[in-house]
Design a protein around this ligand. Structure first.
Ligand SMILES: Cc1cc2nc3c(=O)[nH]c(=O)nc-3n(C[C@H](O)[C@H](O)[C@H](O)COP(=O)(O)O)c2cc1C
Length: 179
């Protein structure tokens, strides 16, 4: 089973959670990591290379910090350019080149998970916040495998942050290995 992980973090040098998660996941066998901001600082995505990696993969993971209740903008640029008509979707069955592939979201949030509830400060669940990505999965006839979330900076104490990162990384490794 081949896994492709797309990392969308604009500043890995200052990252704590995503950097540590990625350092561990990168060492796993059969996992290809594309750090989108590092690869495409000029926002010009190598569409052919991205599509080739997608076609070879069974499991696709989007790894990102939540920014304004969405993913950082490079992921949208990637979607706009890579999931083109005739590859991601289209009028004919053969236009859905990602049909049946699995997508997992791996997200860090500054807001603690209890805030993502109706009646609490954000008033929407994380599941609801992630709807556009779930709709992308449906539209491309892929299979949504849910999400792994951990609490990150700036509202998590250092000791709790360590636990969150370790727990997140272990869940992600287990998911990839059991897949
Ligand atoms: C521009 C910006 C917007 C953010 N928006 C949100 C948000 O909407 N919801 C949230 O829970 N956290 C938000 N955060 C917090 C980040 O998600 C958090 O700092 C990040 O997940 C921590 O991961 P890192 O240590 O890898 O950078 C935001 C952070 C920045 C810099």
């Amino acid at each position: 089973m081949n896994t492709l992980l797309l990392l969308a973090h604009p500043n890995l040098e200052s990252s704590i959670s995503n950097r540590r998660i990625i350092e561990t996941i990168s060492s796993l066998k059969d996992v290809e990591v594309h750090s989108l901001y590092n690869l495409y600082a000029d926002k010009k995505i190598d569409v052919a290379a991205e599509q080739e990696s997608l076609v070879k993969s069974d499991l696709i993971i989007f790894q990102f910090p939540m920014f304004w209740f969405s993913a950082p903008p490079i992921l949208k640029t990637w979607q706009d350019q890579v999931l083109s008509p005739g590859f991601g979707f289209g009028a004919a069955q053969e236009d859905f080149k990602l049909k049946g592939k699995n997508l997992l979201l791996s997200i860090t949030t500054g807001g603690k998970r209890e805030k993502y509830h109706v009646g609490n400060s954000y008033n929407y669940t994380l599941d609801e916040t992630l709807r556009p990505l779930q709709m992308m999965v449906n539209y491309c006839k892929m299979t949504y495998k849910g999400y792994i979330q951990s609490n990150g900076r700036p509202f998590t104490e250092k000791e709790d942050l360590d636990k969150e990162i370790i727990n997140h990384t272990e869940k992600l490794i287990a998911f990839i290995k059991d897949f």
